[in-house]
Ligand binder design. Structure first.
Ligand SMILES: Cc1cc2nc3c(=O)[nH]c(=O)nc-3n(C[C@H](O)[C@H](O)[C@H](O)COP(=O)(O)OP(=O)(O)OC[C@H]3O[C@@H](n4cnc5c(N)ncnc54)[C@H](O)[C@@H]3O)c2cc1C
Length: 272
């Protein structure tokens, strides 16, 4: 199992500005030193893809390197377990690289060329995968709502929640949010595949909109379902916790909005 180790305490949301150092100590070897935060599967992964400073100190933002560090490398220290909100199957831990010596052949690509990685791998695949995942959580919440609203029956009036106009209106509004987000995700994927120049803006916006949509939809479905949703074992309980992570999963919603704005204004995307 391999995991991405990009985030750092010193640069946070700006994952493309690592401070972890990569120093050539011989023609065959590098020394890697630094600290990474929130490494998912930390302590369990066989391999860690670690981002480091660019080869050249004055390189423009984004020109970082990535190197593969084995989980059993000498000097790799795994921090304490992390108890994240709701993420019970997730181990997002701090790792510290104390002068870890790595073979040159384990460098991904060439030194400092990972700007390519950000926009050819992270952007199209990572963002679309996250957008689709969070849309799926939103869709699951809507299905839970539909089932519950049809089944919830009041003995006093003989009616179901599904027959209440306010509930019908609220569900209709949520479905509209879901559907327009789904169409944006499809559009972003299709335009990127077609190589359209504006596709990056759509891809940035797809993940940002999916994050907004899932937080809004799951939150509102909690209300629609009343007390039932609050039970420890309810699906909504888990969905609410999962949805919350959407905004801070890198690239964060804030960063994506800024990137979209910069693209529209013809400004460089990656500045601090
Ligand atoms: C459950 C979970 C799993 C994760 N898994 C991984 C992983 O496997 N690998 C990995 O490398 N990282 C992982 N991360 C880290 C995640 O990518 C970071 O949380 C993210 O990069 C934000 O960094 P930060 O928490 O330091 O936020 P901060 O940098 O402290 O920012 C806080 C908020 O302010 C906003 N903000 C701050 N400055 C700016 C700015 N200049 N422009 C725009 N917005 C700004 C951010 O968008 C964010 O919402 C994980 C995080 C979580 C919660």
């Amino acid at each position: 199992m391999t995991t991405l180790s990009l985030s750092e305490p010193g640069t946070g949301t700006h994952f493309y500005l690592p401070q972890t150092t990569l120093e050539a100590i011989s023609p065959e070897q590098f020394r890697v030193s630094g600290k990474k935060t929130f490494v998912t599967n930390g302590g369990y992964a066989d391999l860690y893809v670690v981002s480091t400073v660019a080869a050249e100190p004055h390189a423009p933002p984004g020109q970082f390197s990535c190197i593969v560090v084995p989980g059993d490398a000498e000097g790799l220290e795994i921090g304490p377990h992390w108890q994240g909100l709701g993420l019970r199957g997730n181990s997002s831990r701090t790792i510290t690289l104390n002068d870890v010596v790595i073979n040159r052949r384990d460098l991904l690509g060439r030194e400092g060329d990972q700007i390519w990685y950000v926009f050819q791998v992270i952007v199209p695949y990572f963002l679309m995968a996250m957008a689709g995942t969070y849309l799926g959580v939103a869709g699951g919440a809507l299905e839970e709502a539909q089932t519950h609203l049809c089944q919830r029956h009041y003995s006093s009036s003989g009616s179901t929640l599904a027959q209440q106009p306010v509930v019908q209106h609220r569900l209709g509004e949520l479905w509209g949010t879901f559907e327009r987000t789904r169409q944006l995700i499809y559009h972003a994927a299709q335009s990127f595949d077609a190589g359209q120049p504006s596709s990056l803006t759509s891809v940035f916006s797809a993940k940002a909109e999916a994050a907004d949509a899932v937080v809004h939809i799951v939150n509102e479905v909690m209300t629609l379902m009343g007390g039932t949703a609050y039970g420890e074992g309810s699906k909504l309980h888990r969905m609410l916790r999962d949805a919350r992570a959407a905004h801070v999963m890198s690239p964060t919603t804030d960063l994506l909005r800024i990137w979209a704005g910069r693209a529209l204004l013809d400004q460089p995307l990656l500045s601090p």
